[in-house]
Write a protein that binds this ligand. Structure first.
Ligand SMILES: [Zn+2]
Length: 289
């Protein structure tokens, strides 16, 4: 943030000393049923496995009650994830509200919330092999909901060459392939992502967004419980593990996307017996009119 040359007021220190107030205290949200998710994970079985090619994306569907596991399979690699309600693509992942509710980075027990007027959990993080990372000495953490996605427009604005293999365009191509939508109809549906495995933070002095080498290694994974029927698109970012200054030199790897079904015993009167997909936020949309 540029500094303005005007002098500080006499009470500047007093104004700065106001105590921070957490906007959405974690205890104000309904607690996720972690025991249910643990029982689910214990008995789930794989039903589908995809490989997301390096520098490209794939779209796929995850039914409600199933688990999506995103895995590092060959080498450090970050992924850009979009989520939609499989039956209504206007309901999609809302990165900004997820950030406001849970913080700049998500981990086990955090929800991925959908856009207005729905605002419900689309998915819940139920396991994270990088949960040990926490926040490092630079203030960086893993799996951020800060960044947006690499895209051809910012690249062009910064004077770069056409950038078709960016996450924004990768996600569009994947959505077009899965849905048959025209590219012009698909593009507005692509939205700010969950940056899976990406290690990011804000610089201490100017609070600028930074990235550093992802700590992810083959075998690491992030497990998401699908709270509703999901259409997902995942891009294996052309920045690889985000260590370099150019995508040409970035070492890129594929990502794994595996879908697990809960055991029948869990579905039929077991741990998931009383579970139903969350309903939209209970607001009548009258907006004072
Ligand atoms: Zn990217």
């Amino acid at each position: 943030m540029p500094t303005d040359p005007l002098p500080e007021p006499a009470d500047a220190a007093e104004r700065r000393s106001a105590a921070p107030v957490v906007c959405y205290p974690p205890e104000s949200l309904p607690a996720p049923p972690m025991a249910l998710y643990a029982a689910l994970r214990a008995g789930m079985t794989p039903v589908e496995r995809l490989e997301i090619p390096a520098r490209d994306a794939r779209a796929f569907r995850v039914p409600a009650g199933h688990v999506l596991r995103i895995s590092c399979i060959e080498g450090p690699q970050v992924g850009d994830l979009n989520l939609w309600n499989a039956h209504d693509l206007s309901e999609r992942f809302y990165s900004g509200k997820t950030r406001a509710l849970h913080g700049t980075h998500v981990g086990t027990g955090d929800r991925l919330w959908s856009s207005f007027p729905h605002l419900r959990p689309m998915a819940t993080v139920i396991a994270d092999s990088l949960g040990w990372y926490g926040f490092d000495a630079d203030g960086a953490g893993v799996h951020d909901v800060i960044g947006t996605r690499c895209d051809p427009y910012t690249n062009a604005r910064l004077g770069g060459a056409p950038f078709h293999r960016c996450c924004h365009s990768n996600l569009i191509r994947a959505l077009v392939a899965e849905t048959g939508l025209a590219p012009a109809a698909a593009e507005p549906l692509v939205h700010d992502v969950l940056n899976v495995f990406m290690c990011t933070g804000f610089t201490r002095d100017t609070h600028r967004y930074f990235t550093k080498a992802s700590p992810v290694r083959p075998g690491d994974h992030l497990d998401l419980f699908a709270e509703i029927d999901l259409l997902c698109a995942l891009s294996a970012c052309p920045w690889g593990d985000c260590t370099g200054n150019s995508t040409d030199q970035a070492r890129c790897h594929p990502l794994g996307a595996e879908i697990f079904a809960p055991a029948a015993a869990v579905l039929d009167g077991g741990a998931l017996g009383g579970w139903t997909p969350p309903t939209p936020a209970p607001y009548d949309r009258s907006h004072g009119l």
